[in-house]
Design a protein around this ligand. Structure first.
Ligand code: ATP
Ligand code: LTN
Length: 345
């Protein structure tokens, strides 16, 4: 069934598509988070009706890694980075997930209609549980909470990096099954992945997706949005390439492809233009160009972040307003789901 056949799809013609997306406050945001997610939120913000969330409940699924005092500060930092990257707080709903109880409440309802086998198949669960002696129920249930996030806002589009597409497809399956069992309740969302920067790889290991959790252990893995210039320089100039001397475009190694992909995503230059620019040049030149493009991308974000960080009361006020607006919309959808199941006051 297509999204606009559900009864929840009551959007008048010409209304802006509804968007939901989120980032976990589980570490420092990096270039991958920016190019894969944040930047596409900013670029399309005025054409869409957006809800952007700091998904702190998703950041507690590995209890060994939770630092309670630090988590609250991290949630604020991530929200400030949304605004520093260019999200307009007047035109978008921005809030912290745990401030709107409806997310946890809908998760329970969806837990009861989601087959366990669907969750065991998720590649993120497989990779995050690998090698651990024991994992929390929350780690397995993580995608059901994510489905609740999305479905609560009658979302049409979910702008994410490539690694999240499987979770958005699962969200559609969860919604379809609920609608089938208890009547049309949820609108079906679609993932939107950017044309460039959808999968930025680690600088120290270009076979692996740049990730917050890996970056916690490996200093040269990622460029973080708030890193100082000297650290960014060290990371990019020591990026893994291959043993050739000149930039190879035919059969380029994973490391070179990653650097070219970052240049393409940050400067907008096509691969043909890049081939001309680096014809006969060495990897040092390629890395310098990446460094320059990344510094140029991050400088305005870092400057705006410093301004926002100097007024935490204002940031808290914006997030409280965001939570109020989100709650109003989420409560309506939750009630619809409760009614369908025969629960709720
Ligand atoms: P963790 O490493 O802790 O699992 P993560 O970095 O994979 O975290 P989030 O920070 O919550 O996960 O991801 C936020 C958004 O950024 C998602 O839309 C995700 O797809 C996108 N994203 C994360 N890493 C990358 C990457 N390396 N390349 C492109 N997009 C990414
Ligand atoms: N699982 C996502 C974060 C996330 C999310 C969402 C993304 C939680 N809820 C809803 C889009 C929509 C991740 O990137 N690790």
């Amino acid at each position: 069934m297509s999204p606009d056949q559900t009864p929840a799809a009551g959007q008048p013609d010409g209304a802006r598509p509804r968007v939901f997306s989120g980032i976990q406050p589980s570490g420092d945001l990096h270039l991958g988070t920016y190019l894969g997610a944040l930047r596409q939120w900013v670029e399309a913000q005025h054409e869409r009706d957006n809800v952007f969330c700091v998904v702190d409940l998703h950041a507690i699924t590995v209890p060994e890694d939770v630092d309670p005092a630090g988590l609250r500060a991290k949630s604020r930092e991530v929200a400030a980075l949304y605004f520093a990257a260019g999200i307009d707080p007047d035109d978008n709903v921005v809030f912290v997930q745990s401030h709107v109880r409806e997310h946890a409440e809908l998760t329970w309802l969806l837990n009861c209609t989601t087959p366990l086998g669907w969750l065991y198949r998720m590649t993120q669960f497989k990779s995050k549980s690998e090698g651990r002696e024991s994992v929390s129920t929350g780690l397995l249930d993580y995608p059901v909470l994510q489905a609740s996030d999305i479905l609560l806002y009658d979302t049409d589009l979910v702008p994410v990096g490539e690694d999240q597409v499987q979770h958005i497809e699962l969200t559609r399956d969860i919604a379809t099954r609920f609608n089938h069992l208890f009547g049309e309740t949820f609108r079906l969302p679609k993932a939107v992945v950017p044309k460039s920067g959808a999968r930025v790889m680690g600088f120290d290991d270009p076979e692996t997706k740049m990730s917050k959790s890996i970056a916690r252990e490996r200093d040269r893995h990622a460029v973080h949005l708030l890193d100082p210039e000297s650290k960014i320089k060290k990371t990019i100039m020591s990026a893994v390439t291959d043993s050739e001397r000149e930039v190879r475009f035919e059969h380029a190694s994973a490391g070179v492809k990653n650097l070219l992909g970052i240049l393409n995503a940050t400067t907008g230059e096509t691969y043909e233009q890049l081939a001309d620019r680096f014809d006969g040049k060495g990897y040092g030149d390629l890395k310098k160009a990446v460094l320059e493009a990344v510094l140029e991308t991050l400088a305005p974000i870092q400057a705006r972040y410093q301004e926002l960080a100097s007024d935490p009361a204002e940031l808290d006020a914006i997030l409280a307003r965001g939570a109020d607006r989100a709650r109003e919309r989420a409560a309506r959808t939750l009630e619809r789901a409760q009614r369908a199941l025969g629960v709720g006051a």
